[in-house]
Design a protein around this ligand. Structure first.
Ligand code: PGA
Length: 263
């Protein structure tokens, strides 16, 4: 795993956006796996700026979102369809037909999940999968105890996730959807590169467990230790419980030096 520690949230978002920009410049028909939540908002903001001011072109990009709540309409103010439209899709030039988000209804969900997986495969696989992390170590809505080989399916959300999402639903847990459709851990692991983002001290324990703890279904993000190309981009606050901070910083600083000597 490559661990990149940045002083602030804004800087971590910028580094993550640069990783995606560089990949997009090399491969205009990039397939991006996208995440919702508060963490990637800065990344989307930076990509929108790169589109508006530098002409970064998304016209050949395909996207697959990790998850969506079950039981609320796509146009609900806190659906992930609405989130993506607001923070990214409405502001860049990805064709609407290239944007895939899991459906929010349960009707025919098994067939839908199979088709979602097939669509990813037909695109040639996800090139970069953006991930946030829950305080309990979840990725997507793969809650602790999710099979590390799981595929796209419906998951029941934990109390901790319901509490974390309650502010988006009028502050009451009762109003938060209790289930979600999510890519599985196995689906995520097939992405060619994973880009895990985290900010703030509330994520420090989850990041330490994911990066330096044992690989366990109790911390689904820990399986990324088995992924050949995972980049973890975090701020100082989210790095406070890592043991090897000095090493990660040394590696990153010298990589930059080496790359600048080569260019
Ligand atoms: P957050 O959520 O970015 O809003 O903290 C991350 C997650 O729960 O996966």
């Amino acid at each position: 795993m490559e661990v990149i520690i940045q002083p602030t949230y804004t800087q971590l978002a910028e580094v993550a956006a640069e990783i995606i920009r560089d990949a997009l410049l090399k491969k205009p028909n990039l397939a991006l796996g996208l995440a919702t939540g508060s963490t990637p908002i800065g990344l989307y903001k930076a990509l929108v700026r790169m589109h508006e001011t530098d002409g970064l072109d998304f016209s050949d990009v395909t996207t697959f979102n990790l998850d969506e709540y079950v039981g609320i309409p796509p146009n609900h103010p806190y659906s992930y369809h609405t989130f993506m439209a607001t923070h990214f899709f409405n502001a860049v030039n990805i064709p609407a037909e290239n944007c895939h988000i899991p459906q929010s209804t349960v009707v025919g969900h098994e067939e839908f999940c199979e088709k979602y997986e097939a669509a990813i495969v037909n695109t040639g696989g996800i090139d970069i999968q953006v991930l946030g992390i829950g305080k309990d170590g979840h990725i997507g809505f793969n809650e602790p105890s999710s099979s590390l080989g799981s595929r796209t399916r419906i998951k029941t959300l934990t109390q901790s996730t319901l509490e974390a999402n309650a502010p988006h639903f009028g502050g009451t847990i009762d109003a938060v959807p209790k289930m979600a459709i999510t890519m599985g851990v196995g689906t995520i692991m097939e992405a060619k590169q994973c880009l895990l983002l985290a900010s703030g001290t509330s994520k420090a324990e989850a990041i330490a467990n994911a990066v330096e703890g044992p690989i366990t279904a109790e911390v689904p993000a820990s399986v990324l230790q088995m992924h050949p190309r995972t980049v973890v981009v975090i701020d100082e606050a989210a790095a406070t419980q890592l043991k090897r901070v000095d090493y990660y910083k040394h590696v990153y600083a010298n990589k930059q030096k080496l790359l600048s000597q080569l260019s």
